[in-house]
Design a protein around this ligand. Structure first.
Ligand code: ADP
Ligand code: MG
Length: 486
C-alpha cells in the first residue's frame, strides 16, 4: 500500500528533537583525560574514566561555560543552582555502570531556536531544556567478525543535550532546525558540529494525528542518523509508516526505532515496555554548581555575533537580499571576513559579490578555508574602492588584479599602477582609438551605422584590445554611439 496525497493530507505530523553535542573542551567532563577524536583506542582512559572504585569525578568548568553560551544564544533561563544525577544502566561501553547527567535541574530551560518553515517564513521552535552529561564509550561491531571491540576514549566526553518542544511539524522544519543548531554551536565554538563523526547526534521523536484531533498521537523515537539529510529522510519515512499503520487499523506503540540509511527505512529496536528504569538519584561525588549572575554577564560580554543577528543586520540595515545574507552568515568565518570588508567600505553589495564570487571560487578551487585565504579583507575593500573610483573596471579587477593580489600583498592601486592597468577615461584618447577601430573595420562600421546594434560587442572588443583593456567601458560605449551618429 502506498500513501496517497489525499490520505497523507488528513494527518499532521508532530516532531520533537533531542540533540547531543560533544563539547570542544581539551579534557573530559569529569577527569583530566584528553577529549580527542581519533586517538589510538583506549589511550585517553585514566582510572576515573574507567570508573575504578575509589576514584572521584571532578567537574570541567569549560563544559558549564559552553552550556551557558548555548543557553544565552537560545535565550534560555540559566539556572543559578543545579546538581548532577546518576542515570544507572549497564552497558559494556559504560564502565561506571551509570552516566553522570542532569535530571531535575538542567542548566538551561526554555528559550527557542528561530528557523524557516516550509514556506520560508520565520518560526520559533521552543526548547524544553539544555542539560550537561557525559558520553559513553564506543562499541565497534564491524572490525572483528567474532567479537565486539570497545574503545573507551569517548567515555566521559562532555555533552550537552538540547531537547526541543514538540513544535516541529515537517521533516523540512526538522532539517532547518538541525542546520540552525549546527550553525550555532559552530559560531559559539563549542562543538565542531560534525554529524558523520558523531560529535553532533540527533534522536527524532515523531507522531502523527488526524488534523482535527485534539491531542498528539503516540510518539516513536528514531535513532542512528548520521547526517542532517538522513534525519529528514528518517522522519519522512516514519510519518508515512505511521499513517499507513493507522489507516490499516493498527495501533502505534511507543518504541525506539533504528534508521537504516541504505534502505531509508526505520526498524523497531525496543518498545517502551522494555524501557529501562534508570533509577536517577543525585550524584553524591560532585558538588552542586552555583552559577552567579556576574558569571553569566561575563560570558554574555564575550559572545561572538550570532548568525541570526547578522542575517537581520545584512537584510535590514545593509539592504542585501535574504539569499545573500543567508550565504554570508552560513559559516562564521565567512561572516567575520565580510564584517571586516565592510568596516573599510560601504559598498555592501560589492563586498558581498566579491566574497561570494571570486573569493569563494578561489576557496573552492583550492579546497581551503577563508582563514587561509591570502588576501586580507582590507585589501578586498581597497579593490572595491578602486573600482568605484573608475580607475579599473570590474572585469580587469576580476581577471587581472585579483590573481596578482593572491600572490602579492600590496595595495591594489599600486599593483594596477605597476602593471599599467589604470583605466583610461580620458575622452580624447579613447576617441582617437575608436577612430582607429572604425578605420580598420570599415565593413563593421557601416553595418553598425546602418543599425546592426549587436556589432557593438565586436567594436568594443577591438577597442579593448587596442587600449589593452584600459579604456573605461562606460564612456567608450557612449562615445562609440555618439561618433557613429555624428
Ligand atoms: P520521554 O519522557 O519519553 O523522554 P519527553 O516528554 O521527555 O519524552 O520528550 C522527549 C522528546 O519528544 C521531546 O523532544 C519532545 O518534544 C518530544 N515529544 C513529546 N511528545 C511528542 C509527541 N506526541 N510527538 C512527537 N514528539 C513528541
Ligand atoms: Mg526524555
Amino acid at each position: 500500500m502506498t500513501l496517497s496525497k489525499e490520505i497523507r493530507d488528513k494527518y499532521q505530523a508532530i516532531i520533537g528533537l533531542e540533540v547531543h553535542a560533544q563539547m570542544l573542551t581539551a579534557s573530559k567532563a569529569y577527569s583530566n583525560d584528553k577529549n580527542e577524536y581519533g586517538s589510538k583506542p583506549n589511550t585517553n582512559v585514566s582510572v576515573i574514566t574507567l570508573g575504578h572504585p575509589g576514584t572521584l569525578p571532578k567537574m570541567n568548568r569549560k563544559t558549564i561555560d559552553y552550556a551557558i553560551k548555548m543557553g544565552i544564544a537560545c535565550r534560555c533561563d540559566i539556572s543559578e543552582f543545579q546538581h548532577f544525577a546518576r542515570k544507572n544502566y549497564f552497558y559494556p561501553d559504560l564502565p561506571k555502570g551509570y552516566q553522570i547527567t542532569q535530571d531535575t535541574t538542567p542548566i538551561c530551560s526554555g528559550g527557542s531556536v528561530l528557523i524557516k518553515d516550509d514556506e520560508g517564513k520565520e518560526k520559533e521552535i521552543g526548547l524544553t531544556r539544555i542539560h550537561m552529561e557525559e558520553d559513553a564509550g564506543k562499541s565497534i561491531h564491524d572490525i572483528d567478525p567474532f567479537n565486539t571491540l570497545i574503545d573507551l576514549n569517548r567515555a566521559g566526553v562532555p555533552l550537552i543535550e538540547i531537547v526541543s518542544e514538540p513544535d516541529i511539524r515537517t521533516s523540512t522544519e526538522a532539517y532547518n532546525y538541525l542546520s540552525e543548531i549546527r550553525k550555532l554551536v559552530r559560531y559559539l565554538d563549542i562543538c565542531d558540529g560534525n554529524m558523520e563523526e558523531g560529535s553532533l547526534r540527533c534522536d527524532a521523536n515523531v507522531s502523527v494525528m488526524l488534523k482535527d484531533a485534539g491531542e498528539f498521537g503516540v510518539k516513536v523515537e528514531v535513532k542512528n542518523m548520521n547526517s542532517i539529510r538522513n534525519v529528514q529522510r528518517a522522519i519522512e519515512h516514519e510519518i508515512e509508516r505511521q499513517i499507513l499503520a493507522i489507516e490499516k487499523g493498527e495501533k502505534i506503540y511507543q518504541e525506539t526505532r533504528n534508521f537504516n540509511a541504505l534502505t531509508g527505512e526505520t526498524v523497531a529496536m525496543r518498545t517502551k515496555e522494555a524501557a529501562m528504569d534508570y533509577r536517577y538519584f543525585p550524584e553524591p561525588d560532585l558538588q552542586p554548581i552555583k552559577v552567579t549572575q556576574e558569571h553569566i554577564q561575563r560570558i554574555t560580554a564575550d559572545m561572538p555575533p550570532l548568525p541570526n543577528e547578522l542575517f537581520k543586520k545584512y537584510v535590514n540595515e545593509l539592504g542585501l537580499s535574504e539569499y545573500d545574507a543567508g550565504i554570508l552568515t552560513d559559516q562564521k568565518h565567512i561572516a567575520l571576513y565580510f564584517e571586516d570588508i565592510i568596516a573599510h567600505t560601504d559598498n555592501y553589495k560589492a563586498a558581498a559579490n566579491w566574497l561570494m564570487g571570486d573569493v569563494k571560487s578561489y576557496l573552492n578551487e583550492k579546497a581551503i578555508d577563508i582563514r587561509e585565504f591570502p588576501i586580507t579583507a582590507q585589501r578586498i575593500a581597497e579593490l572595491i574602492v578602486l573600482i568605484d573610483s573608475g580607475k579599473v573596471s570590474n572585469n580587469l579587477a576580476s581577471q587581472k588584479l585579483f590573481p596578482v593580489m593572491l600572490l602579492e600583498d600590496a595595495s591594489p592601486l599600486s599593483l594596477a599602477e605597476k602593471n599599467d592597468w589604470i583605466q583610461d577615461s580620458n575622452e580624447d584618447s579613447i576617441k582617437g582609438l575608436i577612430e582607429e577601430v572604425f578605420a580598420e573595420n570599415p565593413d563593421e562600421f557601416e553595418r553598425f551605422k546602418a543599425g546592426e546594434k549587436k556589432l557593438m560587442g565586436f567594436l568594443m572588443g577591438q577597442l579593448m584590445k587596442k587600449s589593452k583593456g584600459k579604456a573605461d567601458p562606460k564612456s567608450a560605449s557612449k562615445l562609440i554611439n555618439e561618433m557613429v551618429e555624428s
